[in-house]
Design a protein around this ligand. Structure first.
Ligand code: WQD
Length: 347
């Protein structure tokens, strides 16, 4: 079996991707220092796949510790690099922390790939790199506009570092630009575990519905959209996960056309915040307590993907509906509430 190293393997997308990789015949190990995640989540992964998952609790900013993981696993054939700080608001408060962590970890991982001749590299990027697009949907060739946050800037810089690096070595890379990953694995054994008060919309919805948050805020309904609230492209986390397996297959089978290819991972549908709330209420038969507030700084009016390149080239076909996203997100929130669920204790 081909062995893959997943960095950030205890994270939301990392855990779902480990499940998909194993179910598609890969062997997987993880590096995650659990600064933003709870290693206990791996119990859910192991329950789904029926295998033990090894996680190395190593800080990727420590080159020697990172190198030792590669030294002890010389049969790694590919790397998927998720590990990064990703809270937009926090990045505005702590830009240097974000630059240091997200860039240093990427450089160290790339140095290890070079050292150990690992030539298949998939990078977790984000639609944030497009900034505030002039026209939507965006394709992979849409202009890269100024980042709207230090977090988004680290993704733009990360993409550029990879594009420059692969010109001087044999690494074949893919940059996957996620739109808005939401939902949970249908087994409800794994899902998103936000740290503290959630910044993202769907965890804010589910935590309001379950009573962790008294009332959620809709950040602005005075935008030039069909109902005044912002438009986003919500995509089920399992669809995002499977795209990583397809991207690795594409590289390992040498089907790639260049040493750095970019793909949008979105559903291709744009929904407003109010439409998402209405969908959640309808499929779960819940009335959500929310209020309309002012705009959130840094928000773009609207963005959603043209995902034709990923569907045509990677043969990626998103299979989860908006209703699936809303039902699995809610079932996972209910699971976390179960008395004494090991993950409900904040780390
Ligand atoms: C979506 C919409 C909010 C919370 C960010 C990152 C992106 C990716 C996904 C990492 C916006 C509104 C939200 C709330 C609200 N992360 N909202 N009330 O900002 O599109 O994208 O997360 O890769 O890179 O930029 O996602 O879920 O925070 O917001 O009204 O309590 O929901 O204003 O319009 P966003 P989000």
């Amino acid at each position: 079996m081909n062995k893959i190293l997943v960095t950030g393997g205890c994270g939301y997308i990392g855990t779902h991707t480990i499940v998909d990789l194993i179910q598609n015949g890969y062997e997987v190990i993880s590096i995650d220092n659990n600064s933003k995640s709870n290693p206990a989540i791996l119990a859910g992964v192991e329950k789904i796949v029926g295998k033990k998952i090894i996680n190395y609790p190593v800080d990727l900013c420590d080159f020697e510790s990172t190198r030792s993981v590669f030294k002890n696993n010389e049969d790694i054939v590919g790397v998927i690099h998720f590990a990064a700080f990703k809270a937009v608001g926090e990045s505005v408060q702590q830009p240097l922390t974000y630059f240091e962590n997200n860039i240093t970890s990427l450089v160290n991982i790339l140095k290890c790939c070079e050292l150990f001749s690992i030539n298949h590299f998939v990078f977790s990027s984000s639609c944030t790199v497009y900034g505030d697009p002039d026209s939507i949907p965006v394709t992979e060739n849409s202009p890269i506009k100024p980042a709207t946050s230090p977090y988004g800037y680290t993704k733009q810089v990360g993409e550029n570092i990879i594009q420059q690096t692969v010109k001087s070595n044999n690494i074949q890379s893919i940059l996957l630009r996620y739109f808005n990953p939401v939902g949970a694995h249908p087994s409800i054994e794994i899902g998103e575990v936000p740290l503290g008060k959630p910044a993202n919309l769907v965890p804010a919805i589910t935590q309001t519905a379950i009573g962790k948050i008294a009332q959620m805020h809709v950040f602005g309904t005075d935008y030039p959209t069909r109902d005044g609230s912002c438009v986003r492209d919500y995509i089920h986390v399992c669809d995002i996960a499977h795209a990583h397996t397809l991207a690795l297959n594409y590289l390992i089978e040498k089907r790639n056309q260049s040493n750095c290819e970019v793909f949008n991972l979105g559903s291709g549908n744009g929904y407003t915040v109010l439409e998402l709330i209405k969908s959640f209420e309808k499929v779960n038969n819940i009335s959500l307590n929310y209020t309309i507030s002012g705009r959130r700084s840094g928000d773009v009016v609207g963005i959603f993907a043209n995902n034709e390149k990923a569907t045509e080239v990677l043969k990626w076909t998103p299979k989860y509906s908006l209703e699936d996203m809303m039902t699995t997100a809610w079932k996972w929130e209910l699971k976390l509430k179960e008395n004494n669920h090991f993950l409900s204790k904040q780390i």
